[in-house]
Design a protein around this ligand. Sequence first.
Ligand code: CMP
Length: 230
Amino acid sequence: MSEKTGLLRNVDLFSPLDERQLQAIAKRAVEKSYSKGDLIILEEDEANQSFFILAEGQVKVFLTSVEGREAILAMLEEGDFFGEMSLLDGENRSASVQALEKTRLFTISREDFLATLSENSELTLTLLGELSRRLRKSNRQVSSLSQMRVYGRIAASLLQLMEQKGIRTRSQDGKRMVVIHDRPKQQEIAEMAGTTRETVSRVLRNLQKKGYIALSGRDLFILQEDELKT
Ligand code: CMP
């Protein structure tokens, strides 16, 4: 078995292939090396339509916003693959991929990649399994981001109320705090923050647990103003 076939044998995606099929892929795969910091795929690129298998090293998959800010989508390691999305949907590259260390890759041309998939349904199922795992992970990220945004909006609404009707005072043990008498109902805070009453209730409980606010009857105490601002 050649070194190339041996490395491809360790790639989960290729586990359904028998020796003959693996050797056929190895024959078509081209080895490439990248140094730390090299850009392997550029978001929106339409050239270089190939599929990549990571034999050694680590890469990051990321998007760049108009202001130049980076959002990391995934870190991929030895045995992982990338570059399949644009080959499958015919669109431009969906993200950029950069080597985080010295990296060795195998590339497979679009034609060979698609031919291998159509010849081997088990391989296609393994690929779909991995794509489902990646989608689940992205879904979790989206969900936690939108949770964070709602949390920020509720904190901002509390700070707005504090500015409007808060009274600066001190607790019995001398700590600075702000009291809002006759606080709005949870439904009203929800309307201010553009969310549901249930979410406000959950976030307020969470803020109390952290010790940032306290509720007593119709009074709301802001105990750690700075924490709400972050
Ligand atoms: P492609 O769009 O061809 O080029 C960029 C590659 O980054 C893409 O294929 C995927 O292989 C990979 N990629 C894009 N989004 C994600 C993600 N959320 N998680 C893991 N890999 C991704």
